[in-house]
Write a protein of this length. Structure first.
Length: 340
């Protein structure tokens, strides 16, 4: 090996060590600051978090945003006491959802020079069943009511829906056969009753009706559309315009979604609406703040969603009927699922 080559190797090794040292110092500082803030956070204890039926009734399971060693870990509280003592357990997730004993956890895999991401399918005891590498930053996840299908969306370009300079990839996984549909943009699209193809299509925010049918957002030509999807026939059909991050009600009759409202800031353009799938009538909820989330139905009448906070995110609720007032559901929480 020549002197120049040895010098190059030495410099590269030194760069890696410096990067590792900086990362360690920054992480230690974050943990120290987090420990100070965790003392003021919601009460928590380490324990067992499960995704199966529970003798104490329905539970809310979510990503805990409390600062400290357990930040990003899964936490559970009784649905009737969402601000009570939370039980916290591994794994850590950026995005999470669960249904019928199946969970999906979208995770960061920390590297010295670069982070990567993966999707982990969990059983009812939070044991890993399968894992899949992701092509970008996790942003949305859902499990079908039966637990048989899992969907996730990642950013493969950009990291926000606010502008137009982003690209997504949405996948559906069948947990019965482990068949992965890696990119739903290959589906046949019907737009306004006509076959449609374009290079700028993006799809995100799957919400399942059953093990065949789902809804999602399709973006193309500078507009967004609610689409009905068929996971067997591989088709997407537009139903309504200006719909993002849809969430189907438990009774299957309505879609909660974030809508771009004209006149609002480009950085905060969304308000929370509900769409009646039979009449296509829209109802604005009384939540007047910007909603950049895929809302969750706690029941047929109540929506839960995240809003920014000092911890990163709090969960709030509002009636779906356009009445009432927003209320804090759970502080320092994100990506909830109701486990019954």
């Amino acid at each position: 090996m020549t002197f120049a080559r040895r010098l190059l190797v030495l410099c590269a090794a030194a760069a890696v060590l410096v990067a590792a040292g900086v990362w360690t110092v920054l992480r230690a500082g974050d943990e120290a600051r987090g420990a100070d803030r965790a003392a003021d956070g919601p009460p928590a204890k380490a324990g067992i978090v499960g995704l199966g039926p529970h003798t104490d009734g329905a539970r809310l399971v979510f990503r805990s945003m409390t600062w400290g060693a357990q930040r990003d870990h899964l936490a559970a509280v009784p649905l009737t006491e969402p601000r009570g003592t939370r039980t916290v357990a591994t794994p850590a997730c950026l995005r999470f959802h669960a249904a019928a004993g199946t969970g999906v956890c979208l995770q960061t895999v920390h590297g010295v020079l670069q982070d990567t991401y993966r999707a982990v399918v969990l059983d009812a005891d939070l044991h890993e069943r399968r894992r899949y590498d992701l092509a970008g930053i996790p942003t949305r996840s859902r499990v079908s009511p039966s637990g048989n299908l899992v969907a996730w969306t990642v950013f493969v370009g950009g990291d926000s829906y606010a502008g137009t300079d982003f690209s997504t990839r949405t996948s559906i996984l069948d947990t019965r056969t482990w068949t992965l549909q890696e990119n739903l943009e290959t589906y046949a699209i019907t737009l306004d009753g006509k076959p449609y193809r374009a290079a700028d299509t993006n799809l995100w925010g799957v919400t399942f009706a059953d093990d065949e049918h789902f809804y999602a957002t399709l973006a193309t030509g500078g507009q967004t559309h609610l689409v009905a999807g068929d996971a067997i026939q591989h088709t997407l059909t537009t139903l309504h315009d200006n719909v993002e991050c849809p969430s189907l009600s438990p009774d299957g009759t309505r879609i909660a979604y974030k809508k771009r409202v004209p006149g609002l800031s480009d950085d905060a353009p969304w308000r929370l609406y509900v769409l009646d799938l039979k009449t296509m009538g829209e109802t604005a909820t009384t939540e007047g703040r910007n909603i950049d989330d895929q809302a969750l139905w706690l029941d047929d009448h109540t929506l839960a969603y995240s809003l920014p906070s000092d911890d990163g995110s709090d969960l709030w609720t509002v009636p779906a009927a356009g009445t009432g007032t927003p209320a804090l559901l759970a502080p320092a929480a994100l990506a909830p699922a109701v486990v019954r």
